[in-house]
Write a protein that binds this ligand. Structure first.
Ligand SMILES: [Zn+2]
Length: 86
């Protein structure tokens, strides 16, 4: 009996997508920063869709700055954050 091996084309090729990034090590975390004072004390305004507010300088707007951090950087960021909030 001849066994025919059929090579299955991965889905992402069929869909015409670029290769999945498997080489990126670890997770990345996105944090938001105030575009005015660079504070991370930005949060969504309750009751407003897509509106952000900075607790530090009272900036308000739809597009806070985004910064991508590696897991290590993010841990450091959390540590600093706790320090600041004491
Ligand atoms: Zn601010």
């Amino acid at each position: 009996m001849v066994k025919r091996s059929k090579i299955k084309t991965p889905d992402w090729i069929l869909k015409g997508e670029s290769a999945p990034k498997s080489k990126t090590k670890g997770k990345t975390f996105k944090i938001r920063l105030c575009p005015k004072c660079n504070s991370d004390k930005v949060s969504v305004v309750i009751g407003e869709v897509g509106l952000w507010e900075c607790k530090n300088c009272k900036w308000k707007g739809p597009n806070p700055k985004e910064k991508e951090l590696s897991e290590d950087e993010f841990m450091e960021y959390l540590d600093n954050k706790e320090e600041n909030e004491k």
